[in-house]
Design a protein around this ligand. Sequence first.
Ligand code: PAP
Length: 326
Amino acid sequence: MESHIEIQNEDALQKSFKEMISTLPKGNCWGCFEDLCQYQGFWFFSTFLQGALSAQQQFQAQPTDIILCSSPRTGTAWLKSLTFATITRTLYDDSTTPLLSKMPHDVVPFMEFDHAQFSTNRHLGIPLLATHLPYSLLPRSIIDSGCKLIYICRDPKDTFVSLYHFAARYSKSQNTQPIQLDEAFELFYEGGSPYGPYWDHVLGYWKASLEHPDKLMFLKYEELVEDTVLYLKKIAAYMGYPFSSEEQQQWVPENIVKMCSFENLSGLEVNKTGRHREGQGNLGLENNIYFRKGKPGDWKNYLTTEMAQRLDQRTMQKLSGSGLSL
Ligand code: PAP
């Protein structure tokens, strides 16, 4: 329980964050609930920036924590479900796992939202936490604690197409005017997307993974699709929850992959009809908005050749010399 003084201090802190955020440059809202604002080189919805600033001040990472990091629409929910199912495999079986009744975003807390004010708001037996924050804006305690990070990224063309559809579906659910594909494309290209510029987000984690390979595992969505079982085994070992030979003989990794597959999760009742952040005003959304196709290369169905070439060129230019290709 927080004391009266703690609550007053917290209110004053939140007020000061709001005041600071109101002075920041504003950007296009993508048809979503509020404008983006620019802070330290990246674009954020102000609600989540406020949460991030709180987390920077208050979040105490534990050395055993595992932080799932990503830019939006690059495979966060999938990574959450795979890591959650792996870590909890001795607590639950196929018929009791919380993934049957909660959507992946509801089994792993989101730092900028769930830990915005109360850093104790967590299940310490399950050391997973997720964030969309760029590496440079992670709370200091995450770096200092030496806890492990897993980053997932994705082909910028598919990331953009997924982001565009998410924004359009969000607008539809709120009966507001959706952003047009061309307009969204130019914003993404220029870096003005949520948590963008996308390439800077990826590069921050890529460079950190080269410096601290034992603390930051860098994944690509496409590789995870290509051989999910192989990557799940690597992820499990990296997290400190390796599959024993007996478990491998019993097909435990394969069963987790099946449970967390797009086909399985998107077909569950909770993900078809449930709601995420119910009671949180315009942050509340139907779970099915988070699941779309789950296929690499879907950009071909939406981008013209010219758009794809422009984005590829920008990617080459941004990643040039980094040793990374997307
Ligand atoms: P978020 O930022 O809204 O949380 P995130 O989970 O990072 O999104 O990524 C969403 C993408 O992952 C969607 O891709 P698409 O639009 O190209 O289809 C979503 O469909 C896909 N996705 C969700 N769950 C899975 C899964 N279990 N396996 C593979 N892809 C998935």
